[in-house]
Design a protein around this ligand. Structure first.
Ligand code: SF4
Ligand code: SF4
Length: 108
């Protein structure tokens, strides 16, 4: 998710269509340090020598445990200032983002 222009905060880039995804997204050592600084070690899942943010099952899909919504139902990253590198690199308006936005529109 991004706070940049073009993000409609559909939240689909923080969501997976599989209800059994255990971890999203993957964390680097720097990311882990940020989450500890944010006092959110509860979000960290370790699987062997890899780590990620815990995901939660919501009916038929999974979502990042840091994803929440505001009073208007818009997606919000609850750790935005401390989000992992892979989330910082995500570009609002990229081809996949456009695809997700179209999917979200169809659900309305
Ligand atoms: S898919 Fe695009 S519009 Fe939807 S939350 Fe992510 S960046 Fe924003
Ligand atoms: S950390 Fe934030 S931006 Fe990254 S997947 Fe989770 S909710 Fe989305």
């Amino acid at each position: 998710m991004s706070e940049k222009k073009g993000c409609t905060r559909c939240g689909l880039c923080c969501t997976f269509p599989d209800p059994h995804v255990m971890v999203c997204p993957e964390l680097t050592p720097v990311d882990i340090g940020r989450l500890i600084e944010a006092k959110r070690p509860d979000l960290i899942v370790r699987l062997g020598d890899r780590s990620g943010i815990r995901s939660v099952t919501v009916t038929t899909h999974s979502k990042c445990a840091a994803l929440t919504t505001d009073k208007d139902g818009k997606a919000v990253c609850s750790i935005y200032e401390f989000r992992p590198e892979v989330c910082r690199e995500w570009e609002a308006g990229c081809a996949l983002c456009q695809h997700y936005k179209n999917l979200a529109r169809r659900k309305l």
